[in-house]
Design a protein around this ligand. Structure first.
Ligand code: SAM
Length: 249
């Protein structure tokens, strides 16, 4: 392990105001080991170099900690449980890094590929995480299940679909007063104008857009913060596949 530049990882987390304890650092290292091991026999990520994983997966996942609404909610976990669902989590991004940093956060990881869910179960078990659940299926189907519909404080998603489609996959899971937070690259302007209508139809309101560089790089990213103001009409999401084929506009 000592061959990895963990000091640099700690420093990069500091950019987002996060203090990485030895215990949390060890969890990230175990996660990295599992990710590269499983990636040798199944497709989890194209990025395997440690420093690249740190910046493009771990630190990028944690970028949501810059958002006041997220940080403020997590700083009050002693009063009530805060819940988050990660839609199309893949190898666990951003959900697993967030769970490592905030162990009291209730996390649901959702993905439509079963073998990825198996990987996530293994990560949760090896890292001895509690109050985390990896589920297999389509967002469109789970969002109709009363156990999941409008049950979460935060619904987050990275690299899954364009904003209009993603809005239909994510907003139905959010409680009124909660947030859908979309991780996007810098080219978000067009998506935003195309996604406006979908946000409104599904009960959301675009509240903020945070732009940042991944630490020590010129890679630009955006976080879109959508507040859920009204309940999502019952007919949404439409049946699996329709939000991608016919995005709301
Ligand atoms: N969020 C991860 C990341 O940032 O590395 C994974 C991104 S990967 C490009 C997209 C993932 O979304 C895939 O694992 C895919 O199986 C999942 N996915 C796509 N559409 C989905 C849907 N409708 N419901 C659930 N998962 C979905």
């Amino acid at each position: 392990m000592s061959c990895y530049n963990t000091e640099d990882f700690i420093k990069k987390c500091g950019v987002f105001g996060l203090d990485l304890s030895k215990e949390k650092l060890d969890m990230f290292m175990d996660y990295y080991e599992l990710l590269t091991e499983w990636n040798s026999f199944m497709n989890l990520t194209a990025i395997t170099d440690f420093e690249e994983v740190v910046v493009k997966h771990f630190v990028d996942s944690l970028a949501v900690c810059q958002a006041d609404v997220f940080r403020d909610a997590l700083n009050h976990t002693e009063k009530r449980e805060v819940s988050l669902i990660d839609i199309g989590t893949g190898a666990g991004f951003p959900g697993i890094p967030l769970k490592i940093i905030f162990p009291d956060l209730k996390v649901v990881l959702l993905d439509s590929l079963k073998k990825r869910v198996k990987f996530l179960d293994t990560v949760a078990e090896k890292l001895q995480m509690k109050n985390i659940n990896a589920i297999h299926g389509r967002a469109e189907d789970f969002a109709r299940d009363q156990l999941y519909r409008e049950q979460f404080d935060f619904s987050v998603s990275r690299a899954v679909a364009n904003l209009s489609t993603l809005t239909e996959l994510c907003i139905p899971f959010v409680k009124r007063g909660g947030y859908f937070i979309s991780y996007k690259s810098e080219k978000v302007k067009e998506e935003l104008s195309a996604g406006k209508k979908a946000i409104e139809i599904l009960g959301g309101k675009m509240e903020d857009q945070l732009e940042y560089n991944l630490p020590d790089t010129d890679i630009k990213r955006s976080l879109l913060l959508v507040k859920k103001e009204k309940s999502t009409p019952k007919k949404y999401p439409r049946k699996a596949g329709t939000p991608a084929k016919e995005p709301l506009s």
